[in-house]
Design a protein around this ligand. Structure first.
Ligand code: ADP
Ligand code: MG
Length: 696
């Protein structure tokens, strides 16, 4: 590991030679020799988009909307904003925006672009993601941000006037926020003809995107007949890639455990194939950490496997670990990156020659009938599988090992994924649109319409949370405050209720912790120790109150990393919690909530949680099968997740924060409640029947 670049030291640069085969290092662009700078320029000029630089600038100049399709790694994200900046689109205090669906991609790409431009991140080049703003209002010219953050900005500045060009990147992902954003940007364009849009992606149905942005408005002409406004028909530009051939290998027989299959495939590639890095696609932090652990043990136990560097890649990873993923592989070693979907198209990793594709990713699915949203490990589409394979052909011909059969690929996998819009809960989406004054949600100009059931269900939930009134308008002040907080509306509602109940201090802490994947260290093989550590903090009320104990302990330890280590708590996650909590405190202050503690009164705490999450109420059906619960609304069968402190405790009535599906539907972050609080919190949602609440 000593050969790795360390933050703070001079960063080695990676270059591939003309054949794309050999990898060597040169000095960093910040060295005084001047040589480094030429190198980065040369690297930029080698990217496929470079040949289209003039064409791109011309199209953006003359068209309101430009659609750019180009293979991953061709330079769309890192180069186009720089071209626009060089051409003067950021002059006069204007800003060039580039959106990404994923936070990690925003950070990684912004820091890469700052590096290429030789500037400090947070000045000319900056980024904004939820809970983190690294921009300078006086100097930032190129700004990377999540599509969600840009939507949020529209509440304060509906026409997004500070931006001259908005590049909506990774449009093929069709994230919920991307789709909402595209619909709104189309409206903004009519009011701001000088605004330019770029829609870019790895694969895109350019035609349907183009007809969506086609408007028939007449253009204004100058006195001599010159165009005063850009053309309203979108331009389409396709950037040819330079990907190498990738050989596809399928399994002959399906496997039941993709994790184990991935690990053994990696080891056999390492044994049998020439040098080159391996990228493994798994689904989320849990299975990625498990695979990292298994491989690390293997390397430890078997000399034959030395020279392997095993790295995870998922959002929420600490900065230093992210940097390791992008740093060049030392000579004679092989890097194995085990990643979520993020490496499919959002991030370019150099040096990958082998891809192992589990065939799965974590996807959100929503059932409007039961009003339950699940994060499910689900099969990917053929389009995704092709993208994943493509990652192996960046530097030389590569190989992709699919952990499924060819028959499965052809017969079972859908050709395209379903836009997120059509498979998620629309509660946040509806609030956002309402806050922007768009009342007719179904009549909105959607790229792909959401189902009427999902819209109706969202309206109903918002009505029961008293965020919308009888006319389906935002209530005042609750509705407007919830929109302002711009978190999950259930969390926002919980915070507002905590203000009334006098426990905002604690609820803000809980909200910050719920924004983090997990504060526990997940270590395979020492589950018992982890469970014992949890017991030191666990309380009968459930996970939420337990978190308060952890937070308190962390503060009392002086925010010590050793204390975290001893207690199986993720130090980085706790530091993040402190940061997020501070942001939430500021938001609360802005909407007039002063922090107040309930001084250990857990009943008011749980009432505040119930006020936000009453829709996620369940009662214990039977102790058998490890404690089976049914949701009060929809009678869905659910179980307490083994990571919960209430696992095996099984209180009679509980509410949960979220569900995850594996073999069963598991509730994560569970708190025991008194059923009478449900009717108290949501008389529109629940009624009494034989002493117990039932759903209307
Ligand atoms: P696209 O958006 O078309 O997928 P990018 O602009 O992200 O392409 O990447 C272009 C090139 O920039 C990559 O091929 C890679 O060589 C380089 N690059 C991008 N991000 C990084 C990074 N974080 N570290 C090192 N090189 C990077
Ligand atoms: Mg990109």
């Amino acid at each position: 590991m000593s050969q790795f670049w360390k933050p703070g030291s001079e960063r080695p640069r990676l270059i591939d030679d003309e054949e794309g085969g050999v990898i060597f290092y040169s000095s960093s662009p910040s060295t005084s020799s001047g040589f480094g700078y030429a190198t980065i320029e040369k690297q930029r000029q080698r990217l496929p988009v470079y040949k289209y630089r003039t064409a791109i600038l011309y199209l953006v100049e003359t068209h309101a909307t430009t659609i750019i399709v180009g293979e991953t790694g061709s330079g769309k994200t890192t180069q186009i904003p720089q071209y626009l900046n060089e051409a003067g689109w950021a002059e006069g205090g204007r800003i060039i925006a580039c959106t990404q669906p994923r936070r990690l991609a925003v950070q990684a790409v912004a820091s890469r672009v700052a590096e290429e431009m030789g500037v400090k991140l947070g000045e000319e080049v900056g980024y904004t993601i939820r809970f983190e703003d690294l921009t300078n209002p006086d100097t930032t010219k190129v700004k990377f941000l999540t599509d969600g953050v840009l939507l949020r900005e529209m509440m304060d500045d509906p026409l997004l006037t500070k931006y001259s060009v908005i590049m909506v990147d990774e449009a093929h992902e069709r994230s919920l926020s991307t789709d909402i954003l595209l619909g709104l940007l189309k409206k903004i364009q009519r009011r701001r003809p000088e605004l330019r849009l770029i829609i870019s992606s790895a694969t895109i149905e350019a035609k349907s995107m183009s007809s969506f942005f086609q408007t028939s408005s007449k253009k204004r002409k100058g006195q001599t007949g010159e165009d005063l406004e850009p053309r309203t028909d979108p331009a389409i530009l396709s950037v040819e890639g330079r990907g190498f051939n990738v050989q596809i290998h399928y399994l002959e027989e399906p496997v039941s455990d993709y994790l184990q299959a991935a690990v053994s495939t990696v080891l056999s590639i390492h044994d049998q194939e020439p040098m080159g890095d391996i990228l493994v696609f798994l689904t989320g932090q849990d299975d990625i950490d498990a695979a990292v652990q298994l491989l690390t043990e293997e390397v430890h136990n078997n000399r034959k496997h030395s020279g392997l560097i095993i790295l995870p890649l998922y959002s929420g990873l600490p900065r230093a670990e992210q940097d390791l993923v992008f740093s060049p592989t030392p000579r004679g070693q092989r890097k194995i990156i085990i990643s979520t979907n993020i490496a499919e198209t959002s991030l370019t990793l150099e040096g990958i020659v082998y891809v192992v594709d589990s065939g799965f990713s974590k996807q959100r699915f929503y059932n409007p009938i039961s009003n339950i949203e699940n994060l499910v490990v689900a099969p990917i589409s053929q389009a995704s599988a092709r993208q994943r394979a493509g990652r192996a052909g960046r530097v030389r011909p590569g190989k992709c090992y699919r952990l499924y059969t060819e028959e499965y690929f052809v017969k079972e996998m859908s050709t395209q994924g379903i836009p997120e819009m059509q498979r998620t809960n629309l509660v946040s989406c509806v609030i956002q649109l309402k806050a922007l004054g768009i009342d007719n949600i179904l009549g909105f100009d959607w790229l792909a319409s959401p189902s009427p059931e999902a819209v109706i269900r969202a309206l109903e939930v918002l009505y029961s949370l008293r965020i919308l009134d009888d006319d389906a308008k935002l209530t005042s002040p609750t509705g407007f405050q919830v929109a302002e907080i711009s978190l999950d509306p259930m969390i926002s509602k919980m915070i507002l209720s905590a203000n009334l109940l006098g426990c905002s201090e604690e609820i803000i802490t809980i909200s910050a912790i719920l924004s983090i994947q997990s504060i526990w260290v997940s270590v395979r093989g020492s589950q018992k120790e982890l469970d014992e550590a949890k017991l030191r903090f666990a309380v009968a009320e459930g996970d939420h109150v337990t978190y308060l104990n952890v937070y308190k302990g962390f503060l009392e330890s002086g925010k010590s990393s050793q204390w975290c280590y001893k207690n199986f708590i993720n130090y980085h996650a706790m530091k993040k919690v402190i940061e997020i909590r501070e942001q939430l405190r500021r938001i609360a202050q802005r909407i007039g909530i002063a922090l107040k503690s309930c001084e250990g009164n857990t009943e008011v705490l749980r009432k505040a949680i119930t006020a936000g999450f009453f829709a996620n109420a369940c009662h214990l059906e039977t102790f058998s099968k490890g404690g089976m619960y049914k949701t009060v609304r929809g009678s869905q069968e659910v179980y307490i997740h083994p990571s919960s402190v209430l696992f095996r405790v099984n209180p009679k009535w509980v509410i949960f924060h979220s569900l995850v599906s594996t073999d069963r539907q598991y509730m994560r972050n569970v708190t025991a409640i008194d059923p009478s609080w449900l009717i108290e919190a949501a008389p529109h949602f629940y009624e009494h029947q034989r002493g117990n609440p039932v759903a209307y």
